[in-house]
Design a protein around this ligand. Sequence first.
Ligand SMILES: [Zn+2]
Length: 315
Amino acid sequence: MDKSGNERTTEHKKRIKQLRQIIIAIVIVMLLLPTVLSIVALSRIRSLDDRLNEITLLLSDMNANITMSTHESEEPKQRTASGPTPLTERSLSGYEGEVSAEDGQYEGVKKVYLTFDDGPSLYTDEILDILAEYDVKATFFVNGHEGMEAEYLRISLEGHSLGMHSYSHEYSKVYSDLDGFADDLHQIRELIKDITGEECSLYRFPGGSSNAVHRMPMAECIDYLDAKRIRYFDWNVSGGDALTEPHSATQIVNDVCAQVKNINSDTVVVLLHDAPGKRSTVEALPLIIEKLMSMDDVILLPITDETEEVQHVRP
Ligand SMILES: [Zn+2]
């Protein structure tokens, strides 16, 4: 072979080598590309999923009232009676029949517990004035509101029951995980203790125990409350004042009284709200009390440590 023939052969081999390298590079890229794209897509999906959860929880907070009203319409499960509830002299309201304060026997009597969630608010004093006027004791499931020390104290001093309704009432905080739930609970318990000296042992879950927005199992929250000897209460009668468009005062009065009259239970927990925007609740309250007190099988009581629970969820 002459010199130019050798050069052509070398050039040819070189080109084949380059071509082979290019083909290998393309094959490697084609093999790696789907893997890389899959990893990128997966991480993107995961971050979108997290973001979606956050947005869902945020929307839940913003639409707390709507969510709550949805649950109010569900038929709550009730625990069976665990025994008679001792009746104290101060808690008797409206009932004219024979009641023994010693043995707490009052068969055939509906024990009605008016409860006010989400306060204290600008309406708390007015609600307390109305309750004082009728000598009725109620239960306030409160949140942490700055600058309302006088209202927390007044609720306690006037003989009403104070219950916790979380400090923040933000679902994304309360129901994020057990640590979040415990921190929030500790915060509201300490606030009440600092102001009133009371070690609070009553709780109402934001949205009720049957809420659909929790990220953690509700059983964990309930077990935690059990361990702390804190009892939680839902409701079996609703005033309908949690809706974004709250019912009128007349509607609230009629709804509450009709439900109390028709309910097949002698423990009746009525859900009402003490919150900005719930003016109709305040307007409805005198008539609710008057109508309930006029029913001869009804007594109005504050929830105490002995009150039989009304609970939507009990694992
Ligand atoms: Zn609430």
